[in-house]
Design a protein around this ligand. Structure first.
Ligand code: NAP
Ligand code: HSE
Length: 400
């Protein structure tokens, strides 16, 4: 029997316990041995919960028990989660996590500690919730040189944007709904300001390059400035707005960014709605491939954590390779990146905008008092200069 501990009995942690219990036959068969949840660590008590007798409050009980072979870290954050993970790995216990903040900040160090101690640090649930994306990058696409990844990597913001678009719902109301459903981070600013998607693209970019892409260096914009009027224009153009996380390696330069983009109906990510996420991966031999599924929520995320538990159970005492070196990748800033932009200005600035941006495609929509247009392709730097000169209401980048 393999003893498992769960650290953090919240949305994901309780899902892990539920998945292991509900699918125990399949999971035990695939693990090659029976899994047993020996401890659940949390700050609170859970009176009446069927697993009440497994709840502990002292992490030492878990970490000092030599029987525990696999630990699921579903607490989140960097403080205690980092300390408990390090200690577990140093004592040879594999750790499976959904905590992308920790993976993005300390991934290479924790992977190295795991391997030095003949155990594993696995993080399938850290990107794309229940979507298998870490394992494809680590195991399935090993014959590829991956040169681009573009994804919708945050369930909460995709849920909000979809509801705003399809139901004209209010931003704050939909965010509250996403929180109720357990999609949002403890501090939902991480979702709506794009930081969560940024951490996820940092993880994917690190696996793509084999080196460390620092999330702090990725240009990040969230969805807080997107309004109902932007969707009116998007419809007029036959497009929608999605929060995209992108990274690309071109001629030795590495680019990464997170921002809302206008995408057309033909784009593979156009139909990804609600809490669903999707990741498009481009490899030099395979070309395009795409991974799709529920990007947040209790059971989909827990399923991904438990898939890692099964992998750890199959590899007790053995290292599962993961190429993520501590050496930092130098990112190229976005100033020189070229694209066209959708721009809204006050109707009084129509002439000035046309004189400044020269060739523009005017977008007609039922938004009073405004003049809206799409620019030619230009660099971010040139756009920012011209937008500053005119004084715009807002802009959204156009995805090719
Ligand atoms: P959550 O519902 O807040 O659960 C976290 C649990 O851990 C809470 O019960 C919390 O207790 C407990 N905890 C926090 N610090 C602790 C400590 N020092 N010792 C013991 N217990 C502690 O959060 P969640 O949504 O499950 O998310 C957990 C992690 O998974 C986060 O890193 C999140 O980003 C990630 N994730 C979440 C989802 C999702 O859909 N929810 C999807 C993918 C990844 P208190 O409530 O008392 O603080
Ligand atoms: N808050 C995250 C999201 C959870 O909405 O995508 C999944 O990582």
């Amino acid at each position: 029997m393999i003893q498992v501990a769960v650290l953090g009995y919240g949305t994901v942690g309780s899902g892990v316990v539920e998945v292991i219990e509900k699918n125990k036959e399949e999971i035990n068969k695939k693990s090659g041995e029976e899994l047993n949840i020996k401890y659940i660590l949390d700050l609170r008590d859970f009176p009446g919960d069927p697993y009440e007798n497994k709840i502990v409050h002292d992490v030492n009980e878990v970490l000092e028990d030599p029987e525990v072979a696999i630990v699921c870290e579903t607490m989140g954050g960097l403080g205690a989660a980092y300390e408990f993970t390090r200690r577990a790995l140093l004592s040879g216990k594999s750790v499976c996590t959904s905590n992308k903040e920790l993976v993005a900040a300390h991934g290479p160090e924790l992977i190295r500690i795991a391997h030095d101690n003949k155990c594993n640090y696995l993080f399938e649930a850290s990107v794309g919730g229940g979507i298998p994306i870490i394992r494809p990058l680590n195991y399935s696409l090993t014959a590829e040189k991956i040169d681009a990844i573009t994804g919708i990597l945050n369930g909460t913001t995709n849920y909000i944007l979809s509801k705003m678009e399809k139901e004209g719902a209010d931003f704050a109301d939909v965010l509250a709904l996403a929180q109720e459903k357990g999609y949002a981070e403890k501090n939902p600013a991480a979702d709506v300001e794009g930081h969560d998607a940024c951490r996820k693209i940092a993880i994917l970019s690190s696996l793509m390059s084999g080196k460390n892409v620092r999330s702090e260096e990725i240009y990040t914009e969230g969805i807080t400035k997107i309004t109902a009027a932007d969707f009116v224009y998007a419809h007029a153009m036959g497009k929608t707005i999605k929060l995209l996380a992108k990274s690309m390696e071109q001629e030795g330069r590495f680019y990464a960014m997170v921002a809302p983009f206008l995408i057309s109906r033909e784009h593979p990510l156009y139909m990804v709605n609600g809490v669903f996420n999707a990741v498009c991966v481009h490899g030099n031999m395979l070309g395009d491939s795409m991974y799709y599924g529920r990007g947040a929520g209790k059971l989909p995320t827990a399923s991904a954590v438990v898939s890692d538990v099964v992998d750890c159970a199959r590899h007790i005492g053995k290292v599962i390779m993961c190429f993520w070196d501590a050496q930092n990748v130098e990112l190229t800033g976005i100033d020189e990146a070229k694209r066209s932009f959708f721009v809204r200005v006050d109707a009084k600035k129509e002439r000035e905008a046309i004189e400044t941006f020269k060739s523009v495609r005017v977008i007609e929509a039922d938004v009073p008092g405004e003049f809206a247009f799409v620019t030619d392709v230009m660099s971010e730097k040139e756009f920012n200069r011209k937008a500053g000169e005119v004084g715009i209401i807002s802009r959204v980048r156009m995805e090719e």
